[in-house]
Design a protein around this ligand. Structure first.
Ligand code: DQA
Length: 141
Protein backbone atom coordinates (compact mmCIF):
# COMPACT_ATOMS: atom_id res chain seq x y z
CA UNK A 1 0.00 0.00 0.00
CA UNK A 2 1.26 3.51 -0.85
CA UNK A 3 0.28 5.94 1.88
CA UNK A 4 0.34 9.70 1.37
CA UNK A 5 0.80 11.73 4.57
CA UNK A 6 -0.31 15.34 4.23
CA UNK A 7 0.48 18.03 6.78
CA UNK A 8 -0.96 21.52 6.54
CA UNK A 9 -0.27 25.01 7.93
CA UNK A 10 2.00 25.47 10.94
CA UNK A 11 2.90 21.80 11.23
CA UNK A 12 6.33 22.49 9.75
CA UNK A 13 7.30 24.14 13.02
CA UNK A 14 6.46 21.15 15.21
CA UNK A 15 9.12 20.73 17.83
CA UNK A 16 9.24 24.43 18.68
CA UNK A 17 5.58 25.34 18.19
CA UNK A 18 3.70 25.35 21.52
CA UNK A 19 5.54 22.22 22.77
CA UNK A 20 3.24 22.03 25.79
CA UNK A 21 0.41 21.29 23.34
CA UNK A 22 2.14 19.58 20.41
CA UNK A 23 5.24 18.04 22.03
CA UNK A 24 8.88 18.44 21.08
CA UNK A 25 9.06 16.02 18.16
CA UNK A 26 9.74 17.67 14.80
CA UNK A 27 7.78 16.97 11.64
CA UNK A 28 10.89 15.40 10.07
CA UNK A 29 11.18 13.01 13.03
CA UNK A 30 7.48 12.13 12.80
CA UNK A 31 7.77 11.43 9.08
CA UNK A 32 10.87 9.27 9.61
CA UNK A 33 9.15 7.24 12.35
CA UNK A 34 5.97 6.90 10.29
CA UNK A 35 7.94 5.81 7.21
CA UNK A 36 9.75 3.11 9.23
CA UNK A 37 6.45 2.00 10.82
CA UNK A 38 4.82 1.72 7.40
CA UNK A 39 7.78 -0.11 5.85
CA UNK A 40 7.78 -2.70 8.66
CA UNK A 41 4.17 -3.36 7.68
CA UNK A 42 4.93 -3.59 3.97
CA UNK A 43 3.75 -0.11 2.97
CA UNK A 44 5.48 2.80 1.29
CA UNK A 45 4.95 6.25 2.73
CA UNK A 46 5.26 9.57 0.95
CA UNK A 47 4.97 12.77 2.97
CA UNK A 48 4.08 16.28 1.86
CA UNK A 49 3.85 19.42 3.94
CA UNK A 50 2.57 22.82 2.86
CA UNK A 51 1.24 25.95 4.50
CA UNK A 52 -0.88 26.50 1.39
CA UNK A 53 -4.33 25.05 0.82
CA UNK A 54 -3.94 24.93 -2.99
CA UNK A 55 -0.63 23.05 -2.77
CA UNK A 56 -2.29 20.39 -0.59
CA UNK A 57 -5.11 20.08 -3.13
CA UNK A 58 -2.59 19.84 -6.00
CA UNK A 59 -0.81 16.98 -4.18
CA UNK A 60 -4.10 15.16 -3.56
CA UNK A 61 -5.02 15.50 -7.23
CA UNK A 62 -1.99 13.44 -8.26
CA UNK A 63 -3.67 10.27 -6.91
CA UNK A 64 -0.40 8.29 -6.91
CA UNK A 65 -1.29 6.65 -3.57
CA UNK A 66 -3.73 4.10 -2.19
CA UNK A 67 -4.61 5.83 1.08
CA UNK A 68 -4.23 9.21 2.79
CA UNK A 69 -3.33 10.33 6.30
CA UNK A 70 -4.05 14.02 6.74
CA UNK A 71 -3.49 16.63 9.35
CA UNK A 72 -4.58 19.85 7.71
CA UNK A 73 -4.01 21.88 10.88
CA UNK A 74 -6.42 24.80 11.17
CA UNK A 75 -7.60 24.21 7.59
CA UNK A 76 -9.42 21.15 8.99
CA UNK A 77 -11.83 23.57 10.63
CA UNK A 78 -12.48 25.71 7.56
CA UNK A 79 -11.59 24.14 4.21
CA UNK A 80 -14.48 22.77 2.20
CA UNK A 81 -12.03 22.75 -0.72
CA UNK A 82 -9.86 20.16 1.05
CA UNK A 83 -12.99 18.19 1.97
CA UNK A 84 -13.95 18.06 -1.71
CA UNK A 85 -10.40 17.12 -2.78
CA UNK A 86 -10.43 14.19 -0.33
CA UNK A 87 -13.77 12.99 -1.71
CA UNK A 88 -12.57 13.42 -5.29
CA UNK A 89 -9.43 11.29 -4.82
CA UNK A 90 -11.62 8.26 -3.98
CA UNK A 91 -9.08 6.83 -1.54
CA UNK A 92 -9.60 5.97 2.14
CA UNK A 93 -8.36 8.76 4.39
CA UNK A 94 -7.66 9.07 8.10
CA UNK A 95 -7.58 12.48 9.79
CA UNK A 96 -5.00 12.99 12.54
CA UNK A 97 -4.87 15.70 15.17
CA UNK A 98 -1.90 15.64 17.50
CA UNK A 99 -3.69 17.60 20.20
CA UNK A 100 -7.11 16.87 21.68
CA UNK A 101 -9.10 19.34 19.60
CA UNK A 102 -12.26 18.49 21.57
CA UNK A 103 -10.71 19.80 24.79
CA UNK A 104 -9.52 23.16 23.39
CA UNK A 105 -11.28 26.22 21.94
CA UNK A 106 -14.85 25.45 20.75
CA UNK A 107 -14.01 26.26 17.10
CA UNK A 108 -11.50 23.40 17.04
CA UNK A 109 -14.27 20.86 17.79
CA UNK A 110 -15.60 21.20 14.26
CA UNK A 111 -13.72 19.56 11.42
CA UNK A 112 -15.20 20.16 7.98
CA UNK A 113 -12.71 17.72 6.42
CA UNK A 114 -13.44 14.80 8.79
CA UNK A 115 -16.69 13.78 7.00
CA UNK A 116 -14.54 13.05 3.92
CA UNK A 117 -12.37 10.66 5.95
CA UNK A 118 -13.09 7.14 7.13
CA UNK A 119 -11.52 7.50 10.57
CA UNK A 120 -10.05 10.12 12.93
CA UNK A 121 -7.19 9.81 15.44
CA UNK A 122 -7.39 12.69 17.90
CA UNK A 123 -5.23 13.73 20.83
CA UNK A 124 -2.78 10.84 20.68
CA UNK A 125 0.32 12.98 20.15
CA UNK A 126 2.64 12.33 17.19
CA UNK A 127 2.08 8.59 17.60
CA UNK A 128 -1.39 9.21 16.23
CA UNK A 129 0.21 9.02 12.78
CA UNK A 130 1.36 5.46 13.57
CA UNK A 131 -2.14 4.56 14.76
CA UNK A 132 -3.51 5.91 11.48
CA UNK A 133 -1.14 3.63 9.54
CA UNK A 134 -2.29 0.64 11.62
CA UNK A 135 -5.93 1.54 10.98
CA UNK A 136 -5.37 1.71 7.22
CA UNK A 137 -3.50 -1.60 7.29
CA UNK A 138 -6.38 -3.41 8.99
CA UNK A 139 -8.73 -1.82 6.47
CA UNK A 140 -6.74 -3.17 3.53
CA UNK A 141 -6.63 -6.59 5.19
C1 DQA B 1 -3.94 20.36 14.91
C2 DQA B 1 -5.12 21.01 15.64
C3 DQA B 1 -5.58 22.24 14.91
O1 DQA B 1 -6.67 22.85 15.60
C4 DQA B 1 -4.46 23.26 14.82
O2 DQA B 1 -4.88 24.39 14.09
C5 DQA B 1 -3.22 22.68 14.26
C6 DQA B 1 -2.81 21.34 14.69
C7 DQA B 1 -3.38 19.16 15.70
O3 DQA B 1 -2.63 18.38 15.11
O4 DQA B 1 -3.64 19.03 16.90
O5 DQA B 1 -2.49 23.32 13.52
O6 DQA B 1 -4.39 19.88 13.67
Amino acid sequence: MRILVLNGPNLGTLGRREPEIYGSTTLAEIVEAARAHALERGSLLDAFHSNHEGALIDRLEQVDYDAVICNFGALSHTSYALHDALVACERPAVEVHISDVNAREPWRRVSVTAPATRHQVIGRGWRGYLEAIDWLKQLSG
